[in-house]
Write a protein that binds this ligand. Structure first.
Ligand SMILES: [Zn+2]
Length: 342
């Protein structure tokens, strides 16, 4: 599935003994033109936390793993958290193999080209059993920690969120010689989709974004024959998110094809309270960003997330940032969590 695992100790012996391991980690992939912290901070901090614990001669009572999940952003094949969704079986193996990138290459073909056998995709119980508890540290993708002047926080829940595709067809024609009333221009429906998404999201108290479009034939002097647009919608209330998507569908007169949907995920409440108080009553916040932690939590793994302050709140951009002192506070917090949980 493209997920990478590193273990201290013997994770299978721990499963046999009835006390499976503690896993830390996040992802290394990014969005197009993304930042350096979303994902990698969690992987690097996991290794740094273990280094810190080794220096302090900490002896864990169960194995500790570090996971790096594949294709978390879904930048190439369109499904976010593809690695953890395949691990848990939420993303069907046949569907995954058939996903195609913008160049028409299927995931199965990409895997084969990378030296992996795509027949092996699918829910992996042997690996899942090893994960007794999962803790993901992540750069904050908002400004909540800045507002309360705290370097580290704990996540409460992940908003329901999804991605939908809008296929808008029209008729290609000449941009100079075709009278306005004779045109079937799908770009106008795209415009309606975008403004409706914004307006409906404001009314329903959610967020909604059209961040990716594909235009055929994509020529300056040609009325498009077709536009494909992707709508990302999220919010604290799933019904409100669905209402926004329905309004966008209505505005363009076509069904929005649901490419992925993740229900609201409440991370383990006991674990959250334990870590928040352990770390000195740090802020507890909900997030609008999806994470592998949410996928594992939904699969029944007791899961927690730590956030590290992002001074501007900007994410999915090269401007994404965390100060070094805050990153180190995150490492210390993660090390404290490991001492507590392992
Ligand atoms: Zn991330």
């Amino acid at each position: 599935m493209g997920n990478l695992w590193a273990w201290t100790g013997d994770p299978d012996a721990a499963v046999a003994a009835g006390r499976p391991g503690l896993v830390l980690g996040s992802h290394l992939d990014s969005v197009p033109d993304g930042g350096a912290f979303d994902g990698p901070l969690g992987v690097v901090s996991a290794f740094a936390a273990l280094d810190l614990l080794r220096e302090n001669d900490f002896k864990p009572s169960r194995p500790i793993g570090i996971a790096c999940f594949g294709d978390e952003e879904g930048a190439r094949f369109g499904i976010a958290c593809a690695g953890s969704r395949m691990l848990t079986g939420v993303l069907d193996a046949d569907r995954a193999r058939g996903l195609r990138d913008a160049g028409g290459v299927s995931m199965a073909e990409a895997m084969a080209a990378g030296g992996h056998d795509p027949r092996h995709l699918g829910r992996d119980d042997e690996t899942l059993r090893r994960v007794g508890t999962f803790v993901e540290l992540h750069v904050e993708q908002g400004r909540a920690l800045v507002d309360v002047d705290a370097p580290v926080g704990v996540a409460s829940s992940i908003w329901p969120h999804g991605r939908w595709r809008l296929d808008l067809t029209g008729r290609a024609d000449h941009a100079g010689t075709t009278r306005l009333e004779d045109r079937e221009d799908p770009m106008l429906r795209l415009a309606a989709a975008i403004t409706t998404a914004r307006e409906a999201a404001r009314r329903h108290g959610t967020v909604a974004t059209v961040g990716k479009v594909r235009v055929e034939p994509n020529g300056v002097n040609a009325i498009p024959s077709g536009v494909t647009a992707w709508l990302d919608a999220r919010g604290a209330d799933a019904d409100a998110v669905r209402a926004v998507v329905a309004e966008v569908s209505g505005a363009v007169g076509t069904d929005a094809v649901e490419e992925s949907w993740t229900a609201s995920t409440d991370l383990d409440a006991g674990l959250r309270h334990r870590l928040a108080s352990l770390l000195g009553d740090v802020p507890v916040l909900a997030t609008g960003a999806g994470h592998d932690a949410g996928i594992l939590s939904a699969a029944g793994v007791p899961t927690a997330m730590l956030f590290v302050r992002n001074p501007t709140g900007i994410s999915h951009s090269p401007a994404e940032h965390a100060d070094e002192d805050d990153c180190l506070a995150g490492v210390r917090a993660l090390a404290r969590a490991v001492e507590e949980l392992a």
